[in-house]
Design a protein around this ligand. Sequence first.
Ligand code: C2E
Ligand code: CA
Ligand code: CA
Length: 840
Amino acid sequence: MTDIPSPPVFIERLMHTGLLTCASDTPLREAVERMALRRFSAIVVVENDVAVGIWTERDSLRLDLTRADCLDVPIGQVMSRPVRSLPVHATVSEAEQWFTRHRCRHLLVVDGHGRPVGMVSQTDMAQKQGLEPYLSLHPVSKAMDIAPLELPGHMSLAQAATELLHHNRDAAVVSCSPDRLGIITEQDILSSITRCPGATPIGGLASQPLLSVGPEDSLLHARSRLLDHRSRYLTVVANGQLAGLIGFREIINSVEHRYLEELQQALKQRDQALLSSRLNLQLAERVIEASLEGIIITDPDNRIVFVNPAFSHTTGYSIEEVLGRTPAILSSGRHDAAFYHDMWQTLNDKGYWRGEIWNRRKSGQLYLELLTITAIRDDDGQITHFAALFTDITHIRENEDRIRKLAYYDALTGLPNRRLLEDRLELAVRHTHRNKQHLALIFLDLDHFKQVNDTLGHAAGDELLLDVSRRIRGRLREDDTLARLGGDEFIVLLPELSDAEETSRIARRLIDAIAEPFKIGPHEFRIGCSLGISLYPDDADSAEQLLHHADAAMYQAKQEGRNDYRLYSRDMNHQQHQTLAMETALRNALETGDGLSVHYQPQVDRASRALAGAEALARWYHPDFGQVSPGEFIPLAERAGLMVPLGLTLLRQVADQQRRWLDMGLEPVPVSVNLSAQQFWQHNLLVQFRLLLAEHRLPAGLIGIELTESVLLDKQQQAIPLLNELRKLGCTIAIDDFGTGYSSLSYLQDLPVDMLKIDRSFIQRLGESRSSGAILAAVTGLARELELQVVAEGVETEAQMTALGRYPVALVQGFLTGRPLPAQDFAGQWLGKARCGLAT
Ligand code: C2E
Ligand code: CA
Ligand code: CA
C-alpha cells in the first residue's frame, strides 16, 4: 500500500483519568446514585486493584424496574464480567475498531499490570481532534438514525427500558403531548430509577424542549451542539417533521464506516492482484518468492499448503516443518478464544480479516505482525484457499512506544510534558464542566535555580530537578497530574477540588516541601519556589487561559518577594501587561535618551534661605504613559536590570549640565545624585566617577551622592573604603531618608559620611507629636557631635520652618523653599543670585 502512515495517536490522550469505582459488595442502589450524581455512564468494580467487572447505563435497562427492590442487590451479582479493556499504549484507531466490534460505549484503559487507569467513551472518540475535516464535510443525513424508536409519553419507565433494550437503542423519541416531543436516553433512565417507581410515565422524565439540527447541517455542527448543551442526542428535523435522531454513537459509526470503506478499497486491490497472479502463476510465484511480506497459503481446513522464504525468515520454521500443519503453531497464547472467534467470523462474513496479532517464533520469541487474511474463492463462490500476508512490525511498535514517550513525556524527569499536560487539562476542563466541579492549576517555578546551574553545573541542576519533582509528587494525590514544562517550571493539575482554600493548603504544602534543604553531592543548600494558582471555572473557561493566568499569578508571586503563592486575580493580567509595556518603553528611552531628564531641587540655608546646593531628581516623560514618577520607574528599572545604565545616563546629564553652567560663567552649586543599591555596588563605580569628572573637567565638590540606609545594610564595613575613595574625588556623601530605615545611630560613627537628610515624615509630624520632636532633637544633636551637616527634607510650611529653628538644622529642602525644576528654570531662578557659598 502506498499510504504514508500518519503518526499514531494513543488513547492515553483521550482517556479520562477520573474513574468511578466500587467494591463488588456495594449495593447497586448506591452505585447508581453515585453514577447519576456525577453523570458517569459506567462504574468499574475493583477487587485488589484489578477491575473484575463493570456496570453501565445499558445494564440499567436490564433491571426489572417493575420490582421496587430491583436495586437492592450487591453490584457484584449484576455486573458484566470479565471487563474488556485496552492497554494505555493502544492507538485511537485500535480503540475505534474495538468500539465497533463490541458495540459498547465504554472502554476501560489499563496499565502494564492490568490496573485500571482510565476510561475512554464514545463521546471522547467523537470529540477527538483530527476528525473535524471529515465531520465538517459530511451532512447529518449521512449518519443519523432514520427510524428512531418512538414511545408514547404515557408508557412506564420500566416498559421504556425494555423497549430500548429490545430495539438495541440508547435513546428514543417520546411524544409527551400531541404537539410536544421529548427525548429519553439511557442516562435519563439511570438517573430516574432511584427516584421514581417503575410505573412512572416517561412523558414527565423525557428532556424537552428538543434540541434539533437539520439533515443538511454538518456533523461538526451537530457535534458542537451536543457538546455545548451537554446532551447525548439531537432530533433531526426537516420541514417541521421529525426525520431522525443523531448522537455520538451515530457520529462515531459514520466515521468508522469511512475507515471500513478505505480498508475495503485496499483489499479489493489486493484481491485483484491475487486474481491476476493466479492467471499468471509463474509471475506470481516469483513475486511471492521475492516478497518481503511473509505469505502463508492454506486449504479450506486451514492446513498449510505453501509458505514463502520470508515466512521462514520471520518465523524460523522451514517449509517442510509447517506443510500440512495449521498456522496455530505460531500461536503466542496472548489472544483469547474470543479473538480468534471474531477473526474467523469476519473472514467468513467479509472474506478478509486484517489486524495486529502477537505470534511466537520457533525460538520462542514473541513478535507482533500486521496480518491480512483473504479467503480465495472459486468461480462458484466456494472457498478454496486462505492467503495470509504478514509483516513483522515489532520494531515499529517499539518505535511507536519510544515516539510516544518522547512526544508526551519529559526526558529528564519522566513527567508528562507540556503537550500531554495540555491534553489532560483540556479533558479535565470538559470533565469538570460536565460535573459542575472545580479544578485548580498551580504554576510552580523555582527561585534562583539558575544560580544552582551556574555554580554547581548542569548535572547538579538536573539532580535538583529530579529531587524537586519527587518531593512534589510525594505531596499530591494520585489523581493529580504533575508535569514539567521545561527548565525549572512545573505544573500541578488538581482535578475535583472542593474549594480554593484546599488549593491554598496544597500550595503551602508544596512550598514547605521544597523549602527543606537539598543535598546534591557534597553540597547542601536551600532553594525556594514561587507558585501561581488559577481556578476553573472561576478564573478562566479554557485550558489555555488557565495556564496563562497561573503563569501571571506566579509572576506576581515572584515580584512580591518569592517563596510564596498567589491566586490569580483579574487585575494581574492587566498589571502585567502594563508593567511589561512600561519596561519596554523604558528600555527604548534609555537607548534613544528620549524623555529622560533631570530636575534640580534647591537646598537652602535655613536662616538666610540662600542657595547651598541641589538634588538631582530623575524625570521620565513618555508619550503614552505621560509623566511617570520616579517612585514607579526607578523600582521598575531595578527589577528589569536597567538601573545601572539608567543611573549612568542621569549622572552624565548632571555632569554635562554642570560643565555647561561653568562654561556659561555661572557659579554652579554641589548637586547630589541618588544612587540605588545596584548602582552603588557595581564593581566599577569608582572608575565611572573618575572618568566622568575627568571627561567633563569638573572641579572637585560639584557632584555628591545620596545613599539610603538600606543600600548600606549589612555591608557597612565593605562600604567604608569605597566611600573614602569617593570622598577623595570630592564627592559629598549624604545619608538619605534618614530615620525611615534600619536606623542605627551607632553605625554612623564609623562611616565616612558628610550629611544626614532627615526624612520628610519627621518634618511633617513636627509639632503634631512630642516624640517626633524628641527624635529630631536626638538625631540633630548626634549629627552635630559627629560633625555631620543636617538637611531637613520636605519642608512645606512656614510653621515647619519655624519649628525647625529649635534644632541644629543648617539646610532645608522642600516645596516651601523651592520645587524641583528643569535645568534651565533652575539656573534662571537660582544660579547667579547671591548665595552663601559652597557647602563644606
Ligand atoms: P528622594 O531621594 O527622597 O527625593 C526627594 C523626593 O521628595 C522627590 O520626589 C521630591 O520631589 C520630593 N519632595 C521634595 N520636597 C518636597 C516637599 O516639600 N513635600 C513633598 N511632599 N515632597 C517633596 P521625587 O522626585 O518624586 O523622587 C522620588 C524618589 O525617587 C526619590 O526620593 C529617590 O528615592 C528616587 N529618585 C529620584 N531620582 C533618582 C535617581 O536619579 N536615582 C535614583 N536611584 N533614585 C532616584
Ligand atoms: Ca534623595
Ligand atoms: Ca530623601
